[in-house]
Design a protein around this ligand. Structure first.
Ligand SMILES: Cc1ncc(COP(=O)(O)O)c(CNc2cc3ccccc3n(O)c2=O)c1O
Length: 422
């Protein structure tokens, strides 16, 4: 893998921030006397200690030392004990082939980000020049479209279905080129493929292992980087988990995005990116001059919770969370059967928080943004998840994650009334 091929001019030109390097030196050598970094004196901080009460009744206290670390500037890649713990988690769950791969051009690295959204934004910006072609699963997460569309008008939608991105559609999207174009300097062949493999947003789709293997092979043939955006990995409704692209990445061509938003807290703004060091180094450099590092307090709180749980406890919590969403999915499906038969059709989500519903209308946009709101119910019109949001879409995305059964019943009853009114 020649990683320089994938980097934009902007990303390639980034240099290590002199002051940010200081933080890492101090972190690694606590005994050093430093008059270098502009570190505020923690004596001035009003917060002395932090105590967390977990729902299982446990109390986790951050002592003065841990609180001081949490409230001070820290290294860009994340709090070392948290980075170590997350690396251990990735090895346990995904067993990445490039972990500690001696001599590999892209050894595995890991960076904690301010939510996976921040990681996605910076990684796209590091690899997609204005008007580069980039392959994007379709329909897809609106937060990704918000990154990609301003970056390039030449993003190529790759159609998916309930089994995730369709390899035949990927081959079709790549048909104007041949694998040899990936070696031809100046070729406009796409270099990056973005997808959501589990609990698809907005579709609830789950990529099958066979499709993943086929997609990885296509990525090898055309020398693509795969951006595996996987915040719903642990919200798969059936076990065993479908192996990730990271778990099969012998080449070092997968950049994986995990998130704690759907498992621990969305407000703590913590995600982490796992992938080849040459690409993650660019993300680190971008973070050095933007966010500097993810919140220290959030990282310390998360670390203490994960330390208390251990990996087994984390996996048990993830399983319980997935069970809750599976129950809510089933409630949602039953309620749609009750109210929407003959008015819409839908597919069965295999994970995550969303169901993708095709209404028997030409376009759902006005119906959802005006009529449904007037009736006191909110969904998301399908056009929001399309590369060309100006085109009519009969779809809506419904999220069952945060509604009671009664609320869902009322919501779909009101939607049915609107549809029946025509
Ligand atoms: C596939 C995929 N990738 C990345 C992210 C970002 O996760 P994070 O930065 O780690 O928290 C997401 C979060 N998705 C959403 C977030 C959201 C936040 C407020 C209001 C609405 C939201 N809706 O609707 C969403 O779908 C996602 O679904």
């Amino acid at each position: 893998m020649n990683y320089a091929r994938y980097l934009t001019r902007l990303s390639s030109s980034r240099q290590h921030s002199a002051i940010r390097v200081l933080t890492s030196i101090v972190q690694e050598n606590p005994s050093i006397i430093t008059m270098a970094g502009g570190m505020p004196n923690p004596q001035t901080f009003p917060i002395q200690e932090v105590s967390l009460k977990l729902k299982n009744g446990k109390r986790i206290d951050l002592d003065e030392k841990a609180t001081r670390i949490a409230l001070q500037y820290s290294g860009t890649k994340g709090l070392p004990p948290l980075v170590n713990m997350l690396t251990e988690l990735q090895c346990r769950i995904h067993n990445p082939p490039t972990y500690k791969a001696e001599g590999h051009p892209g050894p595995l690295d890991l960076i904690v980000t301010s939510g996976s959204q921040d990681g996605l934004c910076k990684v796209f910006e590091s690899m997609v020049n204005p008007d580069d072609k980039v392959l994007v699963e379709h329909p897809t997460y609106s937060g990704t479209l918000a990154i990609v569309k301003p970056l390039t008008s030449k993003a190529i939608p790759v159609e998916s279905d309930i089994d995730g991105l369709n390899p035949a559609s990927l081959r079709q999207a790549l048909s104007p080129w041949s694998p040899s174009d990936a070696k031809r300097p100046g070729s406009d062949i796409p270099k990056v493929l973005y997808l959501v493999p589990n609990g698809g947003n907005p579709t609830g789709a789950g990529l099958t292992l066979d499709r993943k293997k086929e997609i990885y092979k296509i990525a090898q043939d055309y020398n693509l980087i795969i951006m595996e955006d996987d915040p719903y990995f642990y919200l798969q409704f059936t076990k065993p988990y479908v192996p990730s692209f990271l778990s099969m990445d012998t080449d070092g061509r997968v950049v994986r995005f995990d998130s704690f938003s759907k498992l621990v807290s969305s407000g703590m703004r913590l995600g982490f990116v796992t992938g080849p060091k040459p690409l993650l180094e660019r993300l680190e450099l971008h973070m050095q001059c933007s966010v500097m590092h993810a919140s220290g307090l959030s990282q310390m709180a998360l670390y203490k919770v994960l330390e208390d749980w251990g990996i087994e406890g984390f996996l048990k919590h993830a399983e319980t969370t997935a069970e809750l969403y599976k129950t809510k999915r089933d409630q949602c499906l039953a309620i749609m059967e009750k109210h929407l038969k003959g008015l819409a059709e839908w597919t069965i989500p295999s994970g995550g928080m969303f169901v993708w519903v095709k209404l028997h209308v030409e376009d759902s946009h006005k119906l959802i943004t005006v009529r449904a709101r007037e009736k006191g119910v909110l969904f998301v019109p399908g056009s929001v998840f399309m590369m060309d949001s100006s085109k009519p879409s009969p779809y809506i995305r419904a999220s069952y994650s945060n509604c009671t059964e009664e609320q869902m019943d009322t919501a779909f009853q009101r939607l049915a009334e609107i549809l029946q009114e025509g």
